[in-house]
Every structure is written in structure tokens, then in C-alpha cells.
Design a protein around this ligand. Sequence first.
Ligand code: PLP
Length: 495
Amino acid sequence: MKKSKSSIYNSGDMPASELKKYGYQFIDWITSYLDEIEKYPVLPTIKPGDVKNNLPENPPEKGETLDNILADIDKKIMPGITHWNHPDFMAYFNSTSSGPGILAELLTAGLNVNGMAWHTCPSATELEEAMINWYKKMFNLPQNCWGIIYDTASTSSLHGIAAAREQLSHLKIREKGMAGRNDIPQLRIYFSEQAHFSIDKSVITLGLGLESIRKIPVDEKFRMIPEKLKEAIKEDKSNGWLPCCVVATVGTTSTTSVDNVDEIGKICNEENLPSGQAGIWLHVDAAYAGTAAILPEMQWIFKGIEKADSLVINPHKWMFTPIDLSLFFTKKPDVLKRAFSLSAEYLKGYEEGATDFMDYGIQLGRRFRSLKPWFIIRYFGVEGLQNRIREHIRLAKDFADWIESHPDFEIMAPTPFSVVCFRAHPKNINDVDELNALNEKLLDEINKSGKLFLSHTKLNSKFVIRIAISSIRTMEKNVKDAQHLIEQKLNGLFE
Ligand code: PLP
């Protein structure tokens, strides 16, 4: 074989010629997959253990060819793939990749930099800062807020609540911890009954304990009732609790309801904390719906956002960004830094004044995630992204109109974005349990068909089906096909 000059040839890695050959082959594989994705059932039809049992128990002693590995992707991995990139995947909040996002992921692995500190890769740090500024402009966020990219909304919210705890600096939790102390009051974290369970997990992880959670009731549109929050804070304070953090959700997981950030922000800002810092920390979870703020007509969702201390938006939910990428914004980066920064001798002594993102979170090593928005935003342009988001909202409204005009279905929550909550409700059935059983069966039949994947939630003890239209590949035809399938499966239950 002709000797390559490439360093990866000499290092013992795969020869450059092979990387090139299989690289083309892999791109061919990915493009054919995406072109022909509709030939696959959206959900795999296998049982737990089927994939694992088809894999060798021991690692190979000797290296194998990439031909073998690629063949096994088709044989052993594809049968167990849930096709998140499928246009008929309309469950949960869909997360789809896009061409520029896929290429950015490839480049990320090719460069393989670790952006823990500025000097460990200046471009990773500075592109991240530049992308944060782009996103701030696209979402029309206050220009004085600071931002960082984490992996998921769960991680972003954990950092928000950790900063809220650190803001109570007089408690010295960073130094002394919380266990075994009788000199600190119990802390309270407030969020609505509809908030995502990642917030509960953050509370557990931070050692605050589930008992510190106070869930605030919601109104008939599933939005936190600000008045109830105010009452809860007052009552807690008189009973010796110390309010630490309020989490508002813009786009709740079940129904995409929007908490009133402005009203909630006023309540938080009015409080005076013993640490001398005004206000209870307000964290806003806009993991899915925040993306809609790139549309001028949707900017109402962030009314009052300047009153919030931190905010999370996940481009991997609705901005065609391969998982993962979560944006965390805060107007108090100093508090976040106080919660997390530690320096180690081996990382000291480089550029003064540059950002070291390792100081703002639990992880040290950091992927070069900002390449993804750099490719995606430049490729589609803000206008291109706006058109796609606007189209999803239009398709969801059309679907909701169809449900509302259908005699056998009913809408179960407002549709502010691209998710519709509905259930079958034939005229002759009115018993709650019977309706729940009917809808559960209907969802099962739909998902078993392999032609569509929907998910569900429970609202006021009622089983509710959700359709989420947020895949870059979902078009009007897919939504119309979904309507036909849903109708056909309901009719099938009565045959
Ligand atoms: N917040 C909301 C409102 C969500 O809907 C979800 C997940 O769907 C999350 C947080 C958690 O997101 P992640 O998977 O990025 O942690």
C-alpha cells in the first residue's frame, strides 16, 4: 500500500485513505437513510434484550474491517432504532437533526477539541460566546445576560437552581454544606404542578430534598396561578422556610402552557432576601417553546423575561440541532461562577480576562457544541428557521381545528405552539374510566401501526393524546396522513 504522509497513518490510527473511503461511504449511508426513512416503521418492533442478545459477549481480540462494522449497523442496530428523524415521529418534543447539524457533528469529532478553558481551545470558547450572542438577538433576550452551552435542559436547570442556592450566600452552603446543620432554615423551591420532573431531580441532586418542593396549582389553561405562588411564599416565610428559587415554565411538557413570567417575576423581585440580595431567584424553563421566540409574533412568551435570573432553551428540541445542545442564560454569571469555580494548578497561568467555561459548571471537559448552531443558523438563516417554526405552528393549528370540528374528538388544552392535546370522545361514551381505556387503546393501535408515533399525558385524571409537530421533515402531507390514521384506528375499535 502506498505510504500516506498523513500523521494518522503513522500513528497507528486508521489510514487516511481508509478514513476517506469509508467517510464517503458513511455519508452515502446517512443520506440514503434520510432519503428513504419513511420505509421504516417509526417505532422498532422488537422486545427488550433483542439487540443486546444479538451482539457478541466479548470484545474482538483482533481488529475488524469497517465493512463488517457497517454491515452490522444494518443487521444488528437498525432493527432497534426508534426513528427520531422520521417525519411521522410526532411524540414527546421531537428532536430532529438537519444536514448542517450532521456535518457539524462530524467536524466536532474530527477536531476533537476540549473547550474547558480559553487556552485549551480559543476557537471553541469564542465561537460559543459568539453563538450565545446570536441566540440572544434571535430570541430578543436582554442584551446584558450572559450565556453558556450545556448538554441538556436537565443540566441547565440544575445549574440555575445551584446558583439560586449560592445566591443565599449568608448560608455558606458552598463551604459548610447542608447536612447536620441546625443553623440554616429549610429552603423552598416553587414550581407548578405542570413543571418538568427534571426540576425535582435537580432538587434531589442539590441535596435540598423533595420536601423542599412546593408545587403551585395551575389554572384551567395549565398555567401557574401567580396569586397562589404569592400566598405560598407568604405562608412559608411565616412558618420559617426560606424561599430559594421559583421555576416558571414557558411551554410545559404536557400541554405547552405558558406561565406568566412577568407576573411571577414581579412576585420574585419584590422579595428581600436575608443575604441582602433583592429577589427570589427566578429560573425559566423554556426548553422546547423558547425557540418560538425567534418569531416576532411569538415574543409575548418572554414578556417580563428581564425579571428572570436564568433561562434555559434547548435548540435540540425544536431548532433542528442533533441532540445535544442546551442554552443557559443568566444575568448573574458571577453567582453561577461562585457556585462552581475551582482552579487546579495544572490549568493556571494562561490568558487573563478570557472566559474559562469550566468555571461555570460541574463538568471540566467540554465538547465543541457551538459548531452546530454556527452551521445551522448560517445555512438556514434566521428567516429560514423562522419559516420552518412558523409552518409547524400553522400545521398544529390546522390539526387542532380538525379535532375541534370532528364529532368524535375533543381538544384538551390550548395550542399555543406546535403540540396538540386531544382525545377521542364519541358522543355515547361519558364515563371517565371508559374514555381513558378507549384512548389508551387508540394510542396503542396508532403506535403499533408503525406509521405514526404519538405520546400521551394525563390531565385532571384524563388520558390525553399529544401530537407534536416539530420535525424538520414533517410536512402537511404527514399531518393529513396522521389525521386519516387516527380516524381509521378509532373506527377500527368499534368494528
Ligand atoms: N424541561 C421541559 C419543559 C421539557 O419538556 C423537558 C423534556 O422534554 C426537559 C426540561 C428536559 O429536557 P432534557 O432532555 O434536555 O434534559
